[in-house]
Design a binder for this molecule. Structure first.
Ligand code: PLP
Length: 390
């Protein structure tokens, strides 16, 4: 059958594994151009290298992050691997410095792949009192002179907001590149590349996709050389997202700001509500005035919101009572608020912190909520009904 242009306003899902290159001359030119690692191709070669549906979805993310380039990968973890690995040139590199308050999967990747398999010099920086002590950070940077510093805009599960502008200033002074995981804040609240951060990564599985139905990651940046390295790494390691997932992500991302702004509003209201429950001991939410990094959240997010995550813990006379309140609550809300180990879903979902993080956070009654974009009154109704029985 002869193919023809159709009057569709959408980018098709190009499911080609390899693209037609017609003749030897076009093939030679396509492969020559491929060595230059352009973001787009005049002649696509092979979907693991680059794919037009993927490029189109990447352009939506570039608009959101306000950056020169964005590269999609099959998961947040492959985006993290890509962003970090482009700085691993040979064996003699300076240490890499990571904040300890980052996603647990990233810590596991650092320990098991970067440290144990690749033998890299990995160093950590631990916050004091749920805040980042910048004077201490400066000492560490001066001492280690690391190649790179890796942080998250909003940490997990304590929701510590990083003072990105000041961290950047110190990192630059000591010649460290900075990579930031902006998954929890999203570009709706903060665009780290505008502060000069070298690379921003996202688990697009979360708020960008927004419906808990696909796995994707993205590396965003402005520097062309870093883009070329990242394109090359993604191609050789095979971290490329599938065109089907890129298409679905591109469709779902069109409603990202609508969804996320509502999630921020819902979370702000629910955090206030939870604070007034007598047997809830603490509520960690960057919008609450008593959160240790509330002032940084105000500065960075300009009052637009504080994210869609809330961590709180049940009080009790001992650990058993705290656990029992937690478990009762989880059971009572389970029809509407499900225990699902992800975040950024359409509906509110939860995780018991102790079951995932073990003893890292000593309060056993802790629950992490990922607030959805359902109608707020309905959400508060479900929570209040359960709390009345707890
Ligand atoms: N970064 C953060 C902050 C996360 O929470 C996660 C996953 O939960 C990841 C990265 C990894 O993303 P993915 O699960 O899409 O690989």
């Amino acid at each position: 059958m002869k193919r023809k242009e159709v009057n569709s306003a959408r980018i098709p899902i190009y499911r080609d594994a390899g693209f037609e290159l017609y003749d030897a001359e076009t093939t030679a030119e396509a492969f020559r151009k491929e060595t230059e690692h352009h973001r787009e191709s005049e002649n696509y070669i092979y979907s693991r290298y680059r794919n037009p549906t993927v490029v189109s979805a990447e352009e939506e993310i570039m608009k959101l992050e306000g950056c020169n380039w964005a590269l999609l990968t099959q998961s947040g973890m492959s985006a993290i691997d890509t962003a970090l690995s482009i700085f691993q040139i040979g064996k003699n590199i300076r240490p890499w410095l990571f904040f300890t308050e980052i996603y647990g999967g990233t810590i596991s990747f650092i320990e098991s792949v970067l440290k144990n398999r690749r033998g890299l010099d990995i160093q950590y920086f631990t916050p004091d009192n749920s805040n980042y002590d910048l004077a201490k950070l400066e000492h560490v940077l001066a001492d280690l002179k690391p190649e790179l510093l890796y942080i998250e805009t909003i940490s997990n599960p304590m929701l510590i907001v990083a003072d990105v502008e000041n961290i950047m200033r110190i990192a630059r002074k000591y010649g460290a590149k900075v990579i930031i995981d902006n998954t929890f804040a999203t570009p709706y609240l903060y665009k780290p590349l505008s502060t000069g951060v070298d690379l921003a990564i996202h688990s697009a599985t979360k708020y960008f996709s927004g419906h808990g139905n696909l796995s994707a990651g993205v590396v965003c940046g402005n520097d062309v050389k870093m883009m070329q390295s990242a394109i090359e790494y993604r191609k050789f390691i095979g971290h490329m997202i599938s065109p089907d997932d890129a298409y679905r992500l591109q469709t779902q991302i069109l409603t990202f700001e609508l969804r996320f702004s509502r999630q921020c509003d819902n979370a702000s209201k629910l955090a206030v509500y939870l604070k007034n429950i007598p047997f809830i001991k603490e509520v960690w939410f960057p919008g609450n005035k008593n959160h240790p990094t509330h002032h940084i959240a105000e500065k960075l997010f300009g009052g637009k919101g504080y994210g869609g995550m809330i961590t709180f813990n049940f009080d009790g006379k001992d650990k058993d009572q705290k656990r029992s309140r937690r478990d009762k609550f989880i059971k009572l809300v389970s029809e509407k608020i499900k225990l699902i180990p992800t975040l950024g879903d359409a509906h509110t979902i939860l995780m018991p912190v102790e079951a995932v993080w073990g003893t890292k956070y000593p309060e056993p009654g802790m629950i992490r909520l990922s607030v959805g974009f359902e109608e707020y009154r309905e959400l508060e109704g479900i929570v209040s009904k359960a709390l009345a029985k707890v």
